[in-house]
Unconditional design. Sequence first.
Length: 758
Amino acid sequence: MTLPLPSPNDPPYLRGLNPPQREAVLTTEGPVLVLAGAGTGKTAALTARLAHLVATGRAYPSQILSVTFTNKAAREMRERVGKMIGPAVEGMPWLGTFHSIAAKMLRRHAELVGLQSNFTILDTDDQLRLMKQLIQAEGIDEKRWPARQLGGLIDQWKNKGWTPDDVGAGESEGYANGQGQKLYAAYQARLRAVNACDFGDLLLHILTILKKHRDVLQSYQERFRYILVDEYQDTNSSQYLSLRLLAQTRKNICCVGDDDQSIYSWRGAEVANILRFEKDFPGATIIKLEQNYRSTPHILGAASGVIAENGTRLGKTLWTDIDVGEKVRVVGIWDGPEEARRVGEEIETIQRDGGSLDEVAILVRAQHQTREFEDRFIQIGLPYRIVGGFRFYERAEIRDALAYLRLVNQPADDLAFERIVNVPKRGLGDKAVEKLHRLSRAEGIPLLHAAARISDTDELTPQARRSLGSFVGDLARWRDRAAQLPHAELARQILDESGYTAMLQAERSTESAGRLENLSELARAMEEYETLGAFLEHVSLVMDNEAQAESAKITIMTIHAAKGLEFDSTFLVGWEEGIFPSQRALDEGGLNSLEEERRLAYVAITRARKRCTILHAANRRIYGQWTSSIPSRFVGELPPEHVEEESSMTGGASLWRANWSEREDPFAHVERGTGRGPGWQRAQSSGQFSREPVRIVEARASAVSIGNKGRSDMAVGLRVFHQKFGYGIVAEIEGNKLEIDFETAGRKRVMDSFVSLP
């Protein structure tokens, strides 16, 4: 197909587009995959394509299916198209998110999956409440097999497009000794009985209808003359299968995405969907948007050098006509506190030079890394915002831990008592708590004292008396220990002995693992203060410090949350093995996870417009012990011609290896497009990069749980069960890490908190 050349008579929506963008707009017939690199103007091309289809009469607005992943993206697309074609945009009922469009379809065909058109969409709390009822009805111990774990499994199955009948015995083993499939079926039956569905059902039910009811499928195939999909690399199997069915007749499907920015596998995204587009649609036109309008050549060169190490990618080369700019700076510093000080000083310099704090971002791999920067910025008066989450001391698990500590420090703290008297669950109902309040008010005594009194009476049920008495006794014991133990160690013991750590471990989810990491960071933060009271006072001052809402602020966020955003200056912190790439991700996902971590590094670097600074520390303090680190393998993959290195350390290279145990990198043999291994070890003497494959080096105290030095019930030769890898035999034990020979998955290295005894 020969495309018309640019002309002064072109409609407004075509003006200003570069040749590949123009091709993406004008190639209207047949399957089209637009590989849009970071910052290459894919939204401009996608909205112009929509406008072109309507303006040229190829389709009425109601005959175009255009799907996005977020309401914000759908809203932005509608606004942009409206500016191009005017009121006609209001006639586009099929422009929206996957879930909103699926809900609209399901309302029309609800009876085909046993629902009525006025069905309710349940939120997470309602889902978990329903699951708990089903778990209890089956006589399953909900403490050992939490409803949240079952919910995570069911969500995974729905993302894959599996109904209960599709779940095999192997998959079902992941919950309650093989009862996962049975409970999934019971859950779906219960949802139908109350005329409800969850968010996963919106996609699953539509897929089921399209597969089983050919007349419905044909009606939508006839209706949708054109299909447009944004962020195609983020689709899960259920979304992918539905789109493939809808596009089979006309094959006028245009998918826009970037395989190099597929970073959401943990929520069901399948990068394979975009990689096999040409196989699904033979003869597809592939258009690459490679001209970047955001970043300098050095930033793009650094990002391209890292992502080139991935073997499973379609490949593209970003370029820009922006001035060359500064090289990417790689800064080696001594420890975590120096990292926060260094970043703070550089941001103050940016501010003095006239830069806006709104154009500065600190990107972390995990949320627990934000604490050090928050404390430092409070101390020096730099305003900041946390995007995509709460400030460190505002997170629920941190507030819970602080409530325990406040109550130990000050027994009259009724607000702290109220928060954690039943966290974790202690079997204290509303009536029991109400009696506590009544006695407290009547006697004019704190709730804790009221609890001590009432637990010696017959005012409560025997179970409530035992639970409350045990809680009061625990607090007294911890208060006695406070005079003997370092307060950070006291915090770890409180969290373990109260059952709080076990509660989070039992959830066995990515979210709970992150919450445990936050609690680890809390205990580490306490080590910097002489007394528990001094630390709690510091926290109160931090939480009370909120700058004016309208003032410019530094943005602190995870790399995942930063996707789609851009800043003049970015600071990428904690680029060390075990932090980034995440050791937990590598342990659980192997090579696939390593490649996703590398895509995450690519996303991080390409958030910067003008300046990108990467920092790695030689030491981190974990559980009261200094642990040495080595730079992330991704640092070694940065092309030297795009990098400027500096270090605040002299003669300290040998110390970097202290307190570490080493083993060969299981991915070191994998060749990449450049012919190099996946990582490079920093030469100790010259500060340059050698070409030796890096070894995975693991911190001695990288346990996820607070104070977890390894489970006492683990032993070499023991048979265990992992919800992802199935049954296996423990081969080696190192602290709280296990080497397990799994029956079907081979040898894996996993955390002991993620396995159970069969």
